[in-house]
Design a protein around this ligand. Structure first.
Ligand code: ZN
Length: 145
């Protein structure tokens, strides 16, 4: 089954996330406050430490790892949809250290902000269609249904 939603840009938010906050939780909180249920997010900045995930396709589970160091957010990209009726942010990040070595992965709670400039674009779907996540049998992931 293919999934396709046509949408138009509704609103663009430009914001700075608070020092010491949790990167993923702050983006999610912002989306909840503004009722962004369909959209995209991008950001750059720095974190005090990070917690990222790698999905083991054979085991069907995430393995999380911690980076206990200050890092640049060289790229944060994600999308916003709905899961159990609430906005959910799915984001991946690339982070770099003092010699430019990069780490990347699925952004998890536990990534502590230093500073982050974020742009969130909210979309309005044709016919008011909602984009929901649900359990996907093939991958074991909560994918768009
Ligand atoms: Zn992911």
């Amino acid at each position: 089954m293919t999934l396709e939603i046509a949408a138009s840009s509704k609103r663009v938010y430009i914001t700075r996330l608070p020092f010491g906050g949790d990167l993923l939780e702050e983006i999610t909180r912002f989306c909840m406050e503004k009722n962004v249920t369909l959209g995209k997010v991008q950001g750059i900045g720095a974190v005090q430490n990070a917690r990222l995930g790698f999905y083991h396709q054979s085991k069907r589970e995430y393995q999380f790892f911690d980076l206990q160091q200050n890092l640049e957010i060289t790229s944060l990209l994600g999308n916003i949809s709905l899961k159990d009726g609430e906005p959910i942010v799915h984001a991946h990040v690339n982070l770099s250290d003092e010699i430019g070595k990069t780490y990347g992965g699925h952004l998890a709670p536990g990534t502590k902000l230093f500073a982050c400039e974020v742009i969130i674009e909210a979309f309005e779907s044709d016919e008011g269609k909602l984009l929901n996540r649900g359990y996907d049998q093939e991958t074991g992931l909560p994918l768009w249904t």
